[in-house]
Design a protein around this ligand. Structure first.
Ligand code: NAG
Ligand code: NAG
Ligand code: NAG
Ligand code: NAG
Ligand code: NAG
Length: 896
């Protein structure tokens, strides 16, 4: 049966009743038999018993194989009446060897043994018979043979049990297992995965009574980096990898990856190649796409059409999209076009190599940049010189606001429905058959006659000469209209001019949607007379001028402390409007966690914005100055306030774009308020803003990846920033990502690293941060959820008691961290410098701590004793030492 026969013990039969040991010669070889042959006598009862046979505990079923000879009764003359040709097998269980004691009554009959062939006088016949002894349970047993009057010789007795042999199946090893008996026909056995194999559930297999393994269940699989070779898991060969535990073989490293030594789990990208967040980590790496080519701008049907060719090098990817960046320039001053202009079908995420642009202002120069994006790129770009812009005029007084493009096939045109008494500028541009633009004429000014009252039926006929020598198929006419004195009504006017009972929907209105920003200011802000304002002290410098603390005393009202932002002299009208736009925005908000606008001064020479005064200034600096002075619940209380303010803003569909602790102001009662709403602030105002390759400025370490990559600024990207603010607050104003460069931050985020928990940060708070930093912005919590959760935590202070793991050594691991070359610090001062604690060099030296070995021996008490008193500094030094003990190379990551 393929089973393993295990001899139990050498059998020696000890008790003899009439049996005798006889030496015989069979087939030329000699051996002994136990024999009895009392055939002529009645009532025979002759016993032969074995020695005590110890049982292996799990072997409840043993086999007894007998070899014997039975003599033919007929060969005994006259004995046929009493002669027998069978004998009996008995067994008796016992827990101990009873020696030579023999009690017949203790034996149970197992079987009657009858020969298949009887031995006659001439021929010797050896029989082999196997019997099974079941249900054994005690420590051992005896076998006994009862003769009742036959002539027999017992040649051998073999006693054995069956096992399923130790085996490896399904990459699991199963131990040798004793086969069950009839009361347990199948024994279930659990296996253990072989080295370097794993399995969620341990594989199982059954051992049959016959010692066969059957019906394996489950399977172990080789760990990542290993593959199955003949029941073993062997390391993937160099240049191949296996990412998951599976039955698969190792596969060669994909394109653009580095071939590692044996046992690779993944093949990392070669330098300059990347995997997009959605790329499988097992797939090939791709390069950045090169810039789009052959960007051409043409005008058509009143719109600007930008077309380009795909990048020469797509980096091996198919997910190329394009986005358009627009800058408008006046003189040397350029800024982002904002949301004012329209892109068809869209300004981002384009898959076609064209876009049409409309609602451009005619008196401005525009620069369009087309960026190619792929899953692995942030930005690459090709700038277009501002050649194909709508033409501009240098005459500011003309106040040109709109333009129209007509495409004509003839060389004259009549333009109808013009406003009377208005000057128009015209320019003709040639357009070739493929749509590429040719040269254009000088501008010509024409004026319509009549007065404003008579608006209809006005016509102006203009003729233009065609340049006969050039191959042109159409004319392109730019038509400029001089704006009337009255302001066009936008949809938002209709909306806001609705009567009081029609309560305005709380939706933020971009002041840019007003043609005249001054109108927006007056709509949303109260005009204050300058004589009601007293400036007291300069408290800061804004982009446009000084910021003062002062007093506002409006007659009939209590005087209040205020902050006064001023516009420095010599500003242009444009700067004045940008400056006041912040008031237009702030004036739309009314919430206790949003900085409150008291009013504006616009009707006097020096424009001012007056807001409530926040005694404690910016939150980041405030926390740094009070490092360690607040309990968790106080910090969470601050966060709750900021979240409430942000919920209010997001409910109004306002996206802040620059949420950071430096833009949160703190008042005397520690109420935190969101501030900084300037329209241009993300571009210029923020010292953290970094120019991206498209010329925009983004505070990288506070900004969600999709906002960096695709300018996708939403309330969900504000939530990401809020997560960073949470971290700043819990870390008492620590700089997010310490001294990592913006590039390193982006790389780390892209590789799914996140800021580690600050010291002493409640676990629930850190979990919330991690939620805010989910790559998939739709999965991030909303500000409403955040406020509810923070409220819940504040209501049950116990929930803040579980502290998130803080491990300075693993805080964040990066491919490279500036300042750490992995080599140990050579001196105490070098080390202190690396953690920006150089001011304590002398303290260490005076205390005789001059080697890094001594530093490593220092306890917190020692650090305090040498004169480091500030809790924040104490903490920084202590944790740096903790980190040093483990791994010098990751030190500067957390320490700085
Ligand atoms: C005796 O030997 C012969 C030939 O070697 C063999 O076939 C036979 O089975 C043997 N008999 C016994 C009882 O072993
Ligand atoms: C062994 O035990 C089982 C029940 O435990 C019983 O059904 C069976 O008859 C027994 N066999 C013998 C040979 O005693
Ligand atoms: C637009 O560009 C042209 C040529 O560079 C320049 O002469 C003109 O002044 C610019 N217009 C404005 C409004 O900046
Ligand atoms: C007409 O166009 C051609 C080609 O652009 C140019 O060389 C020629 O000077 C133009 N003629 C006039 C009269 O502008
Ligand atoms: C701080 O702001 C809150 C909310 O606007 C206000 O209730 C509180 O009076 C302010 N505290 C001071 C001292 O101004």
């Amino acid at each position: 049966h393929g089973s393993l026969f295990v001899p139990l013990t050498l059998l020696l039969c000890v008790v003899l009743f009439q049996w005798e040991v006889i030496q015989r010669t069979l087939n030329g070889s000699q051996f002994y038999t136990f024999s009895v042959c009392n055939v002529g006598e009645r009532e025979q009862d002759n016993w032969l018993r074995t020695t005590f046979i110890q049982r292996r505990p799990s072997a409840s079923r043993v086999f007894v194989e007998l070899q014997f000879i039975v003599r033919d009764c007929n060969s005994f003359d006259g004995a046929s009446l009493t002669c027998k040709e069978t004998f009996n097998l008995f067994t008796s269980e016992s827990d101990a060897d009873v020696g030579t004691t023999f009690r017949k009554g203790q034996f149970k009959k197992v079987a009657t043994i009858a020969p298949d062939e009887i031995t006659s006088k001439n021929e010797l016949r050896i029989n082999t018979e196997t019997k099974v002894v079941e249900n054994l349970s005690r420590k051992g047993f005896y076998l006994a043979f009862q003769d009742i009057g036959a002539c027999i010789a017992l040649l051998s007795v073999r006693v054995y049990y069956k096992t399923c042999p130790a085996t490896v199946k399904s990459l699991a090893s199963f131990p040798e297992t004793v086969a069950g008996g009839e009361n347990q026909a199948l024994r279930e056995v659990s296996g253990v995965c072989v080295e370097n194999a794993i399995s969620e559930e341990l594989p199982r297999i059954y051992c049959t009574v016959d010692g066969e393994w059957v019906v394996p269940v489950g399977q172990c699989q080789c760990k990542p980096g290993y593959e199955e070779v003949e029941d073993e898991c062997q390391e993937c060969k160099a240049g191949s990898f296996k990412a998951e535990a599976s039955g698969d073989k190792c596969t060669p490293c994909p394109a653009n990856t580095q071939e590692l030594d044996s046992g690779a789990v993944v093949c990392p990208c070669m330098d300059g190649f990347y995997r997009a967040p959605n790329d499988p980590p097992t797939g090939p790496c791709s390069g950045l796409p090169s810039a789009p080519r052959d960007l051409v701008a043409t005008t058509s049907a009143g719109k600007l059409l930008l077309t380009w060719s795909p990048p020469e090098d797509t980096g091996g990817r198919t997910d190329i999209t394009y986005s358009i960046e627009c800058q408008r320039c006046e003189g040397m001053v350029c800024q982002s076009c904002g949301e004012k202009i329209r892109y068809e079908p869209a300004g981002v995420g384009l898959t076609d190599t064209k876009v049409s642009v409309s609602e451009l202002d005619a008196h401005l120069n525009y620069t369009f940049t087309v960026e190619a994006h792929s899953g692995v790129t942030v930005l690459t770009s090709q700038a277009v010189p501002p050649a194909n812009r709508p033409p501009s005029t240098s005459d500011d007084n003309l106040d040109v606001t709109t333009y129209t493009v007509l495409i004509l096939e003839k060389n004259s045109v009549q333009i109808k429905d013009l406003v009377p008494g208005t000057a128009y500028l015209f320019r003709v541009q040639a357009l070739s058959s493929d749509g590429s633009p040719g040269g254009s004429s000088m501008e010509e000014q024409f004026e319509t006659s009549g007065t404003e009252g008579n608006q209809h039926g006005q016509r102006s006929t203009c003729f233009f000469l065609k340049n006969e020598t050039s191959l042109i198929h159409g004319f392109c006419i730019f038509l400029f209209r001089k704006r009337n004195s009255h302001t066009r009504q936008g949809p938002e006017d209709t909306y806001f001019s609705s009567s009081e009972q029609l309560k305005p929907l709380k939706t933020y209105v971009d002041p840019h949607t007003y043609e005249d920003p001054n109108t927006a200011v007056l709509k949303f802000a109260t005009e204050i007379h300058p004589s009601h304002i007293t400036k007291q002290k300069v408290i800061g410098a804004g982009e446009f001028g000084e910021v003062y603390r002062g007093i506002l005393k409006v007659p009939g009202r209590k005087e209040v402390a205020v902050a006064i932002k001023t516009l420095k002299p010599g500003y242009t009208e444009k700067q004045r409007q940008d400056f006041l736009s912040e008031a237009s925005i702030m004036g739309q908000f009314s919430h206790q966690n949003i900085i409150r606008l008291e009013g504006v001064v616009t009707k006097f020479k020096h424009a001012m914005i007056v807001t409530e005064y926040m005694e404690n200034g910016a939150l980041d600096r405030y926390l740094r100055d009070h490092d360690g002075e607040f309990a968790s619940f106080q910090l969470v209380g601050m966060l709750r306030g900021i979240a409430a303010g942000m919920k209010y803003l997001s409910d109004m569909s306002y996206v802040h774009r620059d949420l950071a602790a430096r833009n949160i102001l703190v008042n005397n009662t520690l109420e935190c308020k969101v501030s900084d709403f300037g329209l241009s602030r993300v571009l210029e105002d923020d010292p953290e803003g970094t120019y991206t390759t498209s010329g925009g400025k983004i505070p990288i370490r506070w900004t969600a990846p999709e906002a960096i990559a695709y300018r996708k600024f939403t309330s969900a990207s504000d939530v990401w920033s809020f997560g960073i603010v949470m971290w700043e607050v819990m870390a008492f104003g620590e700089r997010p990502y310490w001294d990592m460069s913006n590039h390193e931050v982006m790389k780390a985020i892209n590789e799914a690293f996140r800021l580690p928990a600050p010291m002493d940060c409640p676990s629930a708070v850190y979990q919330l941060m991690l939620q805010c930093w989910l790559q998939d912005r739709s999965k991030r919590p909303r500000f409403g959820d955040i406020v509810s959760l923070l409220d819940k935590l504040l209501r049950s202070p116990d929930s803040l008691k579980t502290i998130a793991d803080f491990d300075p050594r693993i805080s964040i691991r990066l491919p490279s961290t500036s300042g750490s070359d992995g080599s140990p610090f050579r001196s105490v001062s070098e080390w202190l410098e690396s953690i920006k604690m150089s001011q304590y060099s002398e303290n260490f030296a005076c205390a005789g701590v001059v080697t890094m070995d001594q530093v490593l021996q220092m306890k917190n008490e020692d650090i305090k004793n040498i004169g480091v008193r500030l809790p924040g500094h104490l903490k920084r030094i202590a944790y740096s030492i903790l980190g040093l003990k483990d791994q010098t190379s990751t030190l500067s990551v957390f320490a700085v």
